[in-house]
Write a protein that binds this ligand. Structure first.
Ligand code: NCD
Length: 308
């Protein structure tokens, strides 16, 4: 049973906790698909969304999740708040606590920032991406999308290709998928794979072909130009030609393999348009999974706070 004040990463979560979140998320996803958008699991609660970095999907889906559950959602843009006047994260946290916020969803460019906030505040903290560290709800929504198609994550081969070094999504997926019994194969230019991924359980492949061969899931990751030090690869064109996934390469995966990408996509770089818009692409479905997974995490954390 999920008995935690905060959801900061998948590094220390159990397979049972992941299953509990995914089971409830699937229920919420089915309800949303039926047109239900008014639920009362979080009636009277406040969810504050504090983002120090850009976002479309993650921010709006947390807001929708809170609202569908009957909570009040408050958005704070760091660029227009007192953060821009130099307020520290700890002081911002204390202010939000004084207002009796129940949950704080935070995205921050520094790895570890949500851990500091979580130690400071009484509110439950959900990490919506911290630097290149973790993005737990993204990996949970990816796992929900896979599990809905395949019924189980056990034994699946998940090929992750793209900018693994700068990706919090890759790390959270690796932690989560390994716990659920899936195989994770990674491929990228050597300069974009951090050392030690193999020790964390990833299979580091020598070619796109090796990574894609027999894969059940093909996950592309965005080349994070904003986090690139110059020189990790020659040009976007050469990246696409040598490391990207096109339809011909996709055919090496299992015949019914699905395509995922956390978004935003650099069209024609990590995946060609033919792959992004392929009938086996679940990129749009991932977005709905995102709302459902965030509803499930908030609901279970709220129950834990009430001591249920
Ligand atoms: C990712 C992120 O911000 O970590 N996107 C997302 O949350 N949907 C991946 C990315 O920015 O490339």
């Amino acid at each position: 049973m999920l008995k935690r004040k905060d959801l900061l990463g998948l590094i220390d979560i159990s397979a049972e906790e992941i299953t509990e979140i995914l089971d409830l998320a699937q229920e919420f996803k089915n309800r949303i698909k039926r047109g239900e958008k008014k639920m009362n699991h979080l009636d009277g609660k406040t969810v504050t969304i504090l983002f120090y970095e850009n976002s479309t999907r993650t921010r709006t889906s947390f807001e929708q999740a809170a609202k569908y559950l009957g909570a009040t959602a408050i958005n704070i843009e760091a660029s227009t708040s007192s953060v821009a006047k130099g307020e520290t994260l700890v002081d911002t946290g204390k202010t939000l606590d004084a207002q009796r916020n129940d949950f704080i969803v935070m995205r921050h460019p520094m790895g570890g920032a949500p851990y500091l906030l979580a130690k400071t505040v009484k509110a439950g903290v959900l990490n919506a991406g911290d630097g290149i560290n973790e993005h737990p709800t993204q990996a949970l929504l990816d796992m929900l999308t896979m599990r809905e198609v395949y019924g189980s994550l056990k034994g699946l081969k998940v090929a992750i290709l793209g900018d693994i070094k700068h990706s919090r999504v890759a790390k959270s997926n690796l932690f989560g998928l390994k716990k659920m019994g899936a195989e994770v194969a990674m491929y990228a230019p050597q300069t974009l794979i951090p050392k030690g991924m193999d020790q964390l359980g990833a299979k580091i492949c020598k070619s796109r072909q090796e990574a894609l061969d027999g894969a059940d899931v093909v996950m592309g990751l965005r080349i994070q130009l904003e986090r690139q030090e110059a020189g990790n690869f020659p040009s976007l064109g050469e990246y696409a030609a040598n490391y990207g996934v096109n339809e011909e390469l996709l055919s090496l995966a299992k015949p019914n393999a699905i395509v995922l990408h956390p978004g935003p996509v650099n069209r024609g770089v990590e995946l060609t348009s033919g792959v992004i818009d392929h009938e086996r692409s679940h990129i749009e479905d991932q977005v709905l999974s995102g709302v459902a997974v965030r509803m499930a995490a908030l609901t279970l954390m709220n129950e834990a706070r009430r001591g249920n």
